[in-house]
Design a protein around this ligand. Structure first.
Ligand code: AMP
Length: 289
């Protein structure tokens, strides 16, 4: 397994693979890897085969964090991450320092961003106004450096995958994007690097996102005509979440998975997104109703 830390070095390697017609599977991450990330690596391996190359990027992207967010304390453990990648059969880790990804940014001299203007508006985009601009920018840059045939993203960050998929279509990136299912703990909590922030009292309460998703599914299943008013169901889920003393709902939304527009009536096939603070930790989860 190779570790590459420069943009030029990564692109040189990728152009070599491209010249040889090799398939390249790519999993972008912010590190502090868990079994969810590894499931994406395994998916990438299956997609490119043994003759292909699997690249994992580990980069805590500063432009997707707002000034008040957790950039400085975002968990990092490169040694552990590289051991996990090696064990999972990763060929290359791309782990650039900030100046490699954003030349000139430290002195206010970086000025090009990629913006998706529609799907990035609601939910995470409304709660974190500069977040998706940072995501699309860094992912576009990573795609230019790694030149993947296929990139694997997690359904855990469902809106992110939709925004990136739209960018790939709109800007003609020559790659296929695959969205892999959310990996969960035994009690339903979606695996996340941020789960590390949860205290012993908060951790059991964090399952409220999963329980809320199950409640929404049950409500639609039990509805006589297969539809439930979104406003009423949102209220019910908000009340359920409020039963946990450490939990504070940021948003709950039911939306059409194709357009990401909110729906007034929730039916089977609608998509649900949740953001909940548990203590000071902001958790998100998503699922199909
Ligand atoms: P992150 O390191 O949190 O930025 O995530 C990197 C990639 O892993 C993104 O595509 C995430 O959607 C995906 N991911 C994060 N958590 C999970 C999970 N529990 N199951 C599957 N994919 C995940």
């Amino acid at each position: 397994m190779k570790i590459v830390t420069t943009a030029a070095g990564m692109q040189r390697l990728a152009r070599g693979w491209q010249g040889q017609g090799m398939k390249v599977g790519f999993v972008p991450t912010m590190g502090y890897l868990h079994a969810g990330h590894i499931s994406l690596v395994e998916r990438a391996r299956r997609l490119v085969g043994r003759a292909g190359v699997v690249v994992v990027s580990i980069y805590v992207n500063p432009t997707q964090f707002a000034p008040h967010e957790d950039l400085a304390k975002y968990p990092r453990d490169f040694k552990r991450d590289s051991a996990l990648c090696r064990a999972a059969g990763v060929d290359v880790i791309f782990a650039p320092p900030d100046p490699e990804m954003y030349p000139g940014r430290a002195t206010g001299d970086y000025s090009t961003y990629v913006v998706e203007e529609t799907l990035a508006q609601g939910m995470e985009g409304a709660a974190r106004p500069t977040h998706f601009r940072g995501v699309t920018t860094v992912v576009a840059k990573l795609f230019h450096l790694v030149l993947p045939t296929v990139a694997v993203f997690g359904a855990k960050d469902w809106q992110q995958a939709a925004v990136v998929q739209r960018m790939v279509r709109d800007l003609n990136f020559p790659l296929r994007l695959v969205v892999a299912p959310t990996h969960r703990e035994a009690d339903g909590l979606a695996m996340s690097s941020r789960n590390k922030y949860l205290s012993a009292e908060e951790r059991p309460q964090a399952t409220i996102l999963w329980r809320a998703m199950q409640r929404a599914k049950a409500a639609v299943r039990e509805a006589e005509n297969g539809a439930v008013a979104a406003a009423a169901l949102k209220q019910e889920l908000a009340a359920l979440i409020a039963t946990q003393p450490a939990a504070r709902l940021d948003y709950v939304e039911f939306f059409d998975p194709a357009t990401l527009r909110p729906v007034a009536e929730v039916r089977r096939g609608a998509q649900l997104a949740l953001a909940v603070f548990v203590g000071r930790t902001r958790l998100i989860d998503n699922g199909r109703v």
